[in-house]
Ligand binder design. Structure first.
Ligand code: PD2
Ligand code: ZN
Length: 283
């Protein structure tokens, strides 16, 4: 039996490395250089970053700290209280860590968000590959806009609900992004974390640290198409007004299995609001 244990110091160090955008391969290499067995190191890395509570030694107390946004699903409830309303649990998965919520937003909230966003929409951009800043990308044919955090009452109310639902401070999150897809528009599969290999990432994560989780909320129900797809696991989440899909990524790495995309809208429009959660306060 292997006797190597994850001490609070090691746990803290792993989380810090991840927050700084250090690729898991480099964290692994450092651990191996300090005498960690490869398999144990890999498991430790995954467990610590996934927020799994670790026993220090037989009989010692567990570390209660949580390291990722996560709804309170122990006891397998069919619905959970999100501070101002009950939200249904429609689907959960472990790898990728993913939860589909039902009735997160009311019809009126969906309409209010769309109306507030509509006059500010412009062609969506993505993080630029070669320089700082963002650029128009053919892989993303939607229109979009960002609200500032708590910019208005509806944003503040939804942010507070999300913070309650996912047990993550509202401050550790970007403002809501609203996207509108016309018929034929899509968002090709991608990861939402900032790629540690890109030159632009270091500057981006100075503000708020890495993204650690995504919540895509559906603001209408397209007639056909527009599902959110997870190609690694062959999953497609139907875009139903008021529902949402949540997924988290302990490491900014494909091993999170969070590759996802918006499949083409075949008939009608598709509107979503996306909330990205960060490691630290995003100001
Ligand atoms: O609209 C979607 O389904 C979708 C798919 C993939 C949204 C995002 N990514 C996103 O906002 O990051
Ligand atoms: Zn995405």
């Amino acid at each position: 039996m292997n006797t190597q244990v994850i001490t609070p110091e090691l746990r803290h160090w792993i989380v810090e490395q991840n927050q700084a955008g250090v690729p898991p391969e480099r964290v692994m290499a450092s651990m191996r250089a300090s005498g960690w067995d490869e398999t144990v190191a890999q498991r430790a890395l995954e467990q610590v970053l996934a927020g799994v509570v670790q026993e220090q030694e037989p009989g010692s107390p567990v570390i209660p700290e949580q390291t990722l946004p996560e709804p309170a699903l122990s006891g397998q409830p069919s619905r959970i209280w999100a501070g101002d309303r009950d939200v249904k649990i429609l689907l959960t998965a472990r790898k990728p860590r993913l939860v589909v919520f039902g009735g997160l937003l009311s019809d009126e909230e969906c309409e209010e968000l769309r109306a507030a966003a509509a006059p500010r929409l412009s062609r969506s951009e993505t993080v630029a590959e070669r320089s700082d800043g963002s650029e128009v990308n053919a892989a993303r044919t939607s229109q979009g806009m960002f609200f500032g955090r708590s910019e208005n009452d509806i944003c503040a109310r939804i942010e507070a609900r999300i913070a309650h639902l996912l047990n993550w401070p509202a401050e550790n999150g970007e403002g809501l992004q609203v996207l509108r897809y016309a018929p034929g528009a899509e968002y090709l599969p991608h990861y939402d974390y900032f790629d540690p290999a890109l030159a632009s990432t270091e500057a981006i994560i100075q503000r708020g640290g890495q993204r650690v989780a995504t919540l895509v909320m559906y603001l209408n129900t397209p007639t056909r198409g527009g599902g959110t797809i997870f190609p690694d696991v062959g999953l497609e989440v139907a875009p139903i007004k008021g529902n949402a899909v949540f997924f988290s990524y302990a490491q900014p790495h494909p091993s999170s299995m969070t590759l996802h995309g918006g499949s083409p809208v075949l008939e009608g429009e598709k509107w979503v609001a996306t909330k990205w959660l960060r490691w630290r306060e995003f100001d």
